[in-house]
Design a protein around this ligand. Sequence first.
Ligand code: MN
Length: 233
Amino acid sequence: MSQQYVLPPAPVASLPVTGSDARFPVHRIYCVGRNYAEHAKEMGFTGREAPFFFLKPADTVLPVAEGQTADMPYPALTENLHHEIELVVAIGQGGKNIPVEQALQHVWGYAVGLDMTRRDLQGEMKRQGRPWCIGKGFDFSAPIGAITPAAQAGDVAKAAIWLQVNGADRQRSNVDQLIWNMAETIAILSQAWELQPGDLIMTGTPEGVGAVVRGDVLEGGVEGLAPIRVRMV
Ligand code: MN
């Protein structure tokens, strides 16, 4: 007899996969803070600091199917909702204390994601020395597109990354500008948590973050991966 629960278990959060009907089950969403130098500067910081991490709950993911526009509800409590376009690394093989040289062997694939941020609430929490959860981990705060398997993704480490809002450029950079690259990030992250299959890592955003309002259409991409399209509603 299968396990009985006193409540219906939550559905598994998941993402589409390019060229497949099978979906990628999401375990955790780790995020890297200030991982592009020009973005660190625009946030008032300079220089290479040790990487730091925060999390979004798995069920904050908003899957964006290829060729579709996903509706993101404008969240409560904010008047300054910011976009952060990011390369997302999807972990297929878990591990702890993963060496840098082996780190990319743990990657299942890559996707384009948005680390949507209630910047006013995040800023207030920073000022008070309190956790960022309310600014970063709210419902639908992680729109993410279809995952491209690593073997089909091309040279993601040197790929252009961009975001347009209503057809105008907001963010444009290259993944080669990451302060801590993908392998280093996986290695350091795995010293703090044992990575699991299904973990996602949002690797950080380049410069150009800014606000969006209801009705805006966000189109983001990383060269070689399925682009995403999100409308604020
Ligand atoms: Mn971010």
